[in-house]
Design a protein around this ligand. Structure first.
Ligand code: GLU
Length: 489
């Protein structure tokens, strides 16, 4: 049987990186076993739906490199892939459960239930519509022949059996047993005819032939209800993997938008309203994917930097951790830096042109500058800063200036000017020439290069000088040397 996994987000807002990590684990498993990745939009709760979020989710998946094999855009043999387009299917299956006595109609109004809830609350108890009290309410079990009910609003509820031990298994956490008394007769079909999450989710996982359900651990408590639904239909149950939460840095609670805002890092893949995403912050999709995958899963070796293909090869679901993983932005940046350094300069320019737009150089020189400053860039946004010296008039870093021996520096720069102004001088030989000259004068090569570097980039740190020379050209080179002479004098 081929592996079929699904990512089933609700379009209730932007995709959190926890959701993105869930999608990645699903995708890796599908690729590893040459199976299929299905994108299913769980839009049953129209009240909570947020406009544009379905698009946002699809764009986020596409940015990180996930191409669904089946989904709302691409279609597929098991569609439609938006739950709001499947109401007839759910209705049919819910009626089947009623016929077989696994579900029933309930006519209690919101008000009726509210009254019950409040009554129990006063006694310090929590109200639960279930096997112990369902016969006290207005439903098709108690009001069998009441014709007037036909026109009344109703929901369909699951009939949770009495005194049953429900056994579920999670591949990460092992076996779990729950007593049916603890469960509620969950609503399966709401009064407006639409299904609830539990019902649509199980029916779809079955009809879409899902073999592995990989989702966040917040859904683990729902598993016994899902198990009952599978059993009521007599369906085989897929394998379940409930992923640990992504925690904030302190390890206290789920990583939230507020944690990100407080410490200035994103928690969404792409920009959403006023919050920048990882993309805009300058992450490579493969860099972020690498970090997220390691957040909750550990490979056997110490290796930390992986290409997507490498991960697909070595990933195994059994190594997913049980406990929550703390989000560490600095670590994510570090991993991204390694990915930048391992990337080919021309392909960085091709794939992410928007980060190089403001560097006013031609294509070829842009590739050179990318190679030149790549070692110093952790994020794609660093390239523009690191390439600043190309475009802008220099401002000198005062700390660097204070470290120069002014008299020597002026001598060095003047000699460099003289050489470059000489007619017969082979210009690209400026470096060995001035080092040679320094030897005779008793000035160390290091001091010479430091002086020239301050002249070219404004500070003691920066890329290789010979490369800068070829990038900015002879005229700019000479101009900068002269400007520093003037400044030092
Ligand atoms: N629609 C649910 C969510 O938004 C999916 C849960 C599941 O994968 O079963 O998280």
């Amino acid at each position: 049987m081929s592996v079929r996994v699904r990512f089933a987000p609700s379009p209730t807002g932007p995709l959190h990186i926890g959701g993105l990590r869930t999608a990645l684990y699903n995708y890796i498993l599908a690729k590893k076993y040459k199976g299929s990745f299905i994108l299913r939009i769980e839009d049953t709760d129209k009240k909570r739906e947020v406009k544009r979020s379905e698009n946002y989710i699809i764009n986020s998946l596409s940015w990180i490199g996930i191409k669904p094999d089946e989904g709302p855009l691409r279609g597929g043999a098991f569609g439609p892939y938006r739950q709001s387009e499947r109401n007839n299917i759910y209705k049919k299956y819910a009626e089947k459960l009623i016929e077989n006595n696994f579900a029933y109609y309930a006519y209690d109004t919101e008000n009726d239930l509210k009254t019950e809830r409040e009554k129990l609350k006063k006694k310090g108890l929590v109200f639960k519509y279930g096997s112990s009290n369902r016969l006290l309410f207005k439903n098709s079990l108690t009001l069998k022949n009441d014709q007037s009910l036909k026109s009344k609003e109703k929901v369909i509820r699951l009939m949770v059996p009495k005194n049953k031990k429900i056994h579920v298994k999670d591949e990460i956490r092992g076996e779990i047993n729950v007593l049916s008394e603890e469960l509620e007769d969950k609503v399966l079909i709401k009064a407006d005819g639409s299904p609830t999450y539990h019902f649509a989710n199980v029916v779809d996982d079955h009809l879409m032939k899902i073999t592995h359900v990989i989702r966040g651990e917040e859904w683990l408590p729902s598993l016994p209800i899902h198990r009952l639904l599978y059993d009521s239909f007599g369906w085989d149950i897929p394998k379940f993997l409930h992923l640990p939460l992504i925690l904030n840095k302190a390890g206290q609670g789920k990583l939230s938008k507020r944690d990100g805002e407080k410490d200035g890092f994103p928690i969404f893949p792409l920009k959403w309203e006023n919050s920048l995403g990882f993309k805009e912050k300058g992450f490579l999709p493969n860099g972020l994917a690498n970090y997220l995958i390691l957040l909750g899963w550990s490979p056997k070796s110490d290796k930390e930097i992986f290409t997507p293909d490498e991960i697909i090869k070595i990933f195994d679901g059994e190594k997913i951790n049980k406990s929550g993983a703390r989000f560490d932005f600095e670590k994510a940046v570090w991993i991204n830096q390694k990915h930048i350094q391992n990337s080919d300069s021309a392909s960085l320019l091709n794939q992410f042109p928007e980060f190089f737009e403001n560097i006013s150089l031609n294509e070829k020189s842009k590739v050179s500058i990318i190679s030149l400053v790549k070692e110093r860039a952790s994020l794609l946004t660093d390239f523009e800063k690191e390439s600043d010296f190309i475009n802008k008039p220099l401002s000198y870093d005062s700390n660097s200036i204070s470290k120069l021996n002014r008299a020597n520096s002026v001598l060095i720069l003047k000699h460099l000017c003289d050489c470059l102004n000489q007619k017969n001088f082979v210009k690209k030989n400026w470096k060995p020439e001035i080092i040679d000259w320094g030897k005779k004068k008793g000035i160390a090569p290091r001091e010479i290069m430091q002086t020239i570097r301050v002249g070219l980039v404004g500070s003691l740190n920066g890329p290789d000088l010979v490369s800068i020379y070829s990038l900015i050209g002879e005229k700019a080179f000479l101009d900068r040397v002269k400007s520093l002479i003037a400044f030092l004098k």
